[in-house]
Design a protein. Structure first.
Length: 77
């Protein structure tokens, strides 16, 4: 009817079409950031925090070298 010009949500939708595209892009980027923080960063922080606790316990002489080495080896697997 319009020859393919200006008859779609994204095609020639003017500011509404552009606004919706930016909104959807912002949601996609936000979702990616959320998933990255949720799964990748938290996974590393748990292991790092366990290693920090182990290092602190060894520094306070709560565990000996043999136990420290064994637990560190298990954590770094």
């Amino acid at each position: 009817m319009f020859g393919g010009w200006g008859c779609g949500l994204y095609n020639g939708g003017g500011l509404w079409g552009i606004g919706i595209q930016f909104f959807l892009l912002a949601i996609l980027v936000g979702l990616c950031v959320f998933l990255f923080k949720r799964f990748l960063i938290k996974g590393y922080s748990h292991r790092d925090s366990a290693l920090n606790v182990l290092n602190e316990r060894f520094a306070r002489s709560e565990i000996d070298l043999e136990e420290y080495s064994q637990r560190k080896k298990e954590l770094l697997r």
